[in-house]
Design a protein around this ligand. Sequence first.
Ligand SMILES: [Zn+2]
Length: 67
Amino acid sequence: MPMLACIHNASWVIPAPGGQHQCLYCKAMVTKKDVYPKWDDLGTEYQQKWDAHEKGEAKPAETKPAA
Ligand SMILES: [Zn+2]
């Protein structure tokens, strides 16, 4: 069970497979609306990286066989 109190701080959120993002702290899949601070305050660089991953343009962090 994810920790309900988690704020999903942007620095804990990493790219996950399938263009998703995951909070390292509580392991939940998060969206732009879920992260802290709020999306508009994250900065252009962060937003661009997020969007690039979401669209599948970013390189995968690791190449694991899908098995
Ligand atoms: Zn979290």
